[in-house]
Design a protein around this ligand. Structure first.
Ligand code: FAD
Ligand code: SIN
Length: 522
């Protein structure tokens, strides 16, 4: 039996998971911290973040303005005390990142260069060119390398949380505790038992539940689905953010993002006729919050029947543009689009989930010993729609809070249950003869969600989606029961659960708020 014990078990190696591991390992050098992650250690949504991280840095900016912008973008469904806490902690988090080695761009006066994005009333985005996430992920992994009490286990796919349910205890959902996770070691193909007194889900987003998304293939909502099966409280799943400007490239998935910072730099959205349609929609025009811009593009596309709108950068200073957005510029040039005189075709794509595993101000979920951090969590910061560049920030602030909580109140916890945790039972399971059945169901879920549960919803579309998903659920569960587990079948099962949660919670929402918009609530 392969049983591994740690003091802290972190699932996921994006900004949320790594920042918790680094802070805890530094303060608790005698404690063992395991970070299990399903792909190579850098693969994550974090790595692809472009625009940057929001924080009040300029003397002329204020906490109150960042708070107000966050609440307005979130359609006031945010938790005000959480918004205040995150905004006030932001500058300290940025200083910590800089101490850890993150390089942010500087202006000619030697000050940190602050970018602008939609919904912000001031320049407050710290960034590294248009590859901020890559820089942050690299820095965090370099710090992890220096800490001998952190073990990173790449290609370790978490299948399910270990809770009282696995100990055969029948327990009320308000009293359930988590003791670790069953994890598929993808190198040996064995399912191993990992036990820890503190378990953290930092498994990221859900973009892959949609056919068109900016999220990489790892973003299949595994942590939220695991927590849901373990009976944690999962809320606000109806609030999915669609980024207005993903590059239009039919058949290419994930979609390449054209950062909102490009609009912050002055780019215009135009339809095929060349009209700047955002001017008629919102006084903030291209820099209105994302839900407003995505809905406006959606309306344009429905009216015109065109497959995309355009982002026009031709009036911008191209020398500065290339300096700020080298990655985006190169991508366009490689596709034969020269932004200095050609418009970039763009469409909205699923980008971010505001909902997820409900946590309190210290990152505790509704299950004992279980924290959630980053995109898989629902802290109350974003309300019904996230303000641009508040996501990396949320993960860093809550990562800090969770590490503090563990250091101060949980570092002396001991295991008492090691003899009674059962091994994963694989008896009677077989290697599926044809994987096409799994990939077909995955594509079907993605198409159902993109066609029926997208920027604009209706009761009829949601009911139809639910019918389809119910059928897929039965089919997937049958396959899961008899299959030797693989990441593919587990991801399919998780995507099915995520799609169900989004549809079910959408059906229950009877008012249009932020990113949620139904024709039947008008
Ligand atoms: P992730 O970074 O996604 O990490 C999740 C980790 O969990 C990964 O390592 C993954 O492999 C692992 N994992 C998942 N499932 C399992 C499993 N079953 N077992 C083991 N491991 C698992 N936000 C901003 O604030 N600013 C930006 O500029 C910005 N730009 C973005 C651009 C793009 C293209 C995208 C996609 C997102 C962007 N975001 C941005 C959003 C932001 O990047 C994410 O919300 C944030 O990085 C999430 O961090 P995380 O640590 O929660 O999750
Ligand atoms: C972007 O660069 O447009 C993404 C920023 C974000 O998701 O916050």
């Amino acid at each position: 039996m392969s049983v591994f014990k740690a003091d802290i078990l972190v699932l996921g190696s994006g900004v949320a998971g790594l920042s918790i591991a680094i802070k805890s390992a530094t303060a608790l050098p005698q404690k063992r911290i395991i970070v299990a992650t399903k792909a190579n250690e850098s693969e994550s949504n974090t790595k692809y973040a472009q625009g940057g991280i929001a924080a009040v840095w300029d003397k002329l900016d204020s906490f109150q303005d960042h708070i107000d912008d966050t609440m307005v973008a979130g359609d006031h469904l945010n938790k005000p005390e959480i918004v205040k806490m995150v905004v006030e902690e932001a500058p300290a988090c940025m200083k910590r990142l800089i101490e850890w080695g993150t390089d942010f761009d500087h202006n000619t006066e030697g000050e940190i260069d602050l970018g602008m994005e939609g919904g912000h009333s001031a320049n407050r985005i710290l960034h590294f060119k248009d590859i901020t996430g890559f820089e942050v992920e690299k820095t965090l992994l370099e710090q992890v390398d220096k800490l001998p009490n952190i073990e990173i286990l790449p290609y370790h796919f978490a299948i399910d949380l270990i809770t009282d349910h696995h100990l055969g205890k029948k327990i009320d959902s308000s009293d359930i505790s988590c003791y670790g996770a069953y994890i598929l070691n993808q190198k040996t193909n064995k399912i191993e038992t990992f036990l820890a007194s503190s378990v953290i889900l930092a498994t990221g987003g859900i973009g892959q539940v949609y056919a068109a998304t900016t999220n990489p293939v790892i973003a299949t909502g595994d942590g939220i689905a695991m927590a849901y099966r373990a009976k944690a409280r999962i809320i606000d799943m109806e609030f999915v953010q669609f980024h207005p400007t993903a590059l239009y490239q039919p058949g290419v998935s994930p979609s390449f993002l054209i950062s909102e910072a490009v609009r912050g730099f002055g780019a215009y959205l135009r339809n095929k006729a060349g009209t700047r349609f955002m001017l008629d929609i919102d006084e903030r025009a291209e820099l209105a919050p994302r839900d407003v811009v995505s809905r406006a593009i959606n309306k344009e596309l429905i009216f015109s029947g065109d497959p995309h709108v355009y982002l026009d950068c031709s009036h911008l200073d191209m020398t500065e543009f290339k300096k700020h957005f080298p990655n985006i510029y190169d991508k366009c040039k490689n596709l034969g689009i020269d932004p200095s005189f050609q418009m970039i075709p763009v469409v909205p794509a699923a980008h971010y989930l505001m909902g997820g595993i409900e946590v309190d101000e210290n990152g505790y979920s509704s299950i004992g010993n279980l924290f959630a951090c980053g995109e898989c969590s629902r802290t109350g910061l974003h309300g019904a729609n996230r303000l641009a560049s508040n996501s990396l920030l949320e993960a860093l602030v809550f990562g800090h809070k969770i590490a503090e909580e563990i250091i101060q109140n949980r570092s002396d916890l001991k295991f008492t249950f090691e003899d009674i945790i059962p091994e994963w039972d694989e008896e009677g399971t077989m290697v599926p003869k044809e994987n096409v059945l799994i990939s077909h169901n995955r594509k079907t879920i993605q198409n159902i969600m993109s066609d029926l549960v997208s920027i604009v919803r209706s009761d009829e579309r949601l009911e139809k989606a639910l019918d389809h998903l119910n059928y897929l659920f039965q089919d997937t569960e049958k396959a899961y029961e008899k299959s030797k587990l693989s990441p593919q079948i587990c991801e399919l099962r998780n995507l099915n659960a995520i799609a169900y949660l989004i549809v079910n919670q959408s059906i229950k929402r009877r008012d249009n708020k932020g990113a949620f918009y139904s024709l039947d609530n008008l």
